[in-house]
Design a protein around this ligand. Sequence first.
Ligand code: ATP
Ligand code: MG
Length: 159
Amino acid sequence: MRRRRYNRAAIIRLGNLAIMAVERTLSIIKPDATRRNLTGKINARFEDRGIRIVAQKRVRLSRAQAEDFYAVHRERPFFADLVKFMISGPVVIQVLEGDNAVALNREIMGATNPANAAPGTIRKDFAVSIEANSVHGSDSAETARNEIAFFFAGSEICP
Ligand code: ATP
Ligand code: MG
């Protein structure tokens, strides 16, 4: 059986018709949200917008995993606190799939700081602070590919 690969962002143009290709993105429900038992409510936000959760696992991140995952922020003043927060409780790590999933998920999540997040977004409705902001979402198709591979083997993803 030929396996379909959906990870690449692509817009297929047929004449004037632009068809948005199916993408995958990595999502993490952060410890502030798992602590308040919000996994189901957050998942409903994804599913209500047509996104499919094609892989999901609830784990405690190790310090090394959290440091590696957020390595891009290593020099930022909030890095140590961010790592401490990310290992303070369970997280739910997910692969989301759908049309334009990277950008759509960022829209559903809302701005990093809940004070700036639009009404109806996850962060506006559930986040506690700029750090404890309930969810992570990949910020580009390339980041998504790397972040998905960081946490999941191909065989763990079930479209
Ligand atoms: P994420 O990468 O978690 O999806 P994001 O892309 O909206 O969030 P980033 O700039 O990548 O935001 O920051 C990563 C995470 O670091 C944020 O989600 C938040 O938990 C934390 N963070 C960002 N800025 C600050 C800050 N000024 N103070 C404290 N924590 C911060
Ligand atoms: Mg980010």
